[in-house]
Structure formats: C-alpha cells, structure tokens
Design a protein around this ligand. Structure first.
Ligand SMILES: [Zn+2]
Length: 76
C-alpha cells in the first residue's frame, strides 16, 4: 500500500500554530493530517458529524492560493 503525503500550503497546525507543517496523508481509503512539527494527527474522513473541532480543523486546512492572503501589518 502506497502512502501519499502532501503538504497543505498555508495551513496552520491547531496544536502548535506552526504554518506549512501540515501534511495530508492518504493511505488507501484512510486519510488524515499530520503536523511534522509537533506530531499532531487528525483523521479527516472519520470525524463524527457535529464535531466542532473537526469542523474548525476542516476550515483551518482549506487551501489558500498563494498571493491572495492579506498581509498582516506586523508581518512584513
Ligand atoms: Zn503542530
């Protein structure tokens, strides 16, 4: 079984807040996300309906095309 790993650009880890450390991992029918910084792991497709944390996480990992993010005033 081949495991595919793909970094999610622009995603922030909900645990350690590090950006660009989140990988989407696909192993056959299983899919989860991992933080390579702190080791956080979350199932993506097995979350129970109504799980607020999972919903927030899904929002957090929404792809943000490069160049469309608003710069924070204190960021540059
Ligand atoms: Zn993390």
């Amino acid at each position: 079984m081949t495991i595919r790993r793909q970094f999610i650009a622009g995603a922030s880890c909900p645990e350690c807040q590090q950006q660009d450390k989140i990988q989407r991992v696909i192993d056959g029918d299983d899919m989860w996300m991992e933080c390579v910084s702190c080791g956080m792991r979350k199932d993506l497709d097995a979350a129970p309906v109504g799980n607020a944390e999972a919903a927030a996480l899904a929002t957090a990992i929404t792809l943000k095309p490069a160049g469309t993010q608003k710069s924070r005033p204190d960021n540059e």
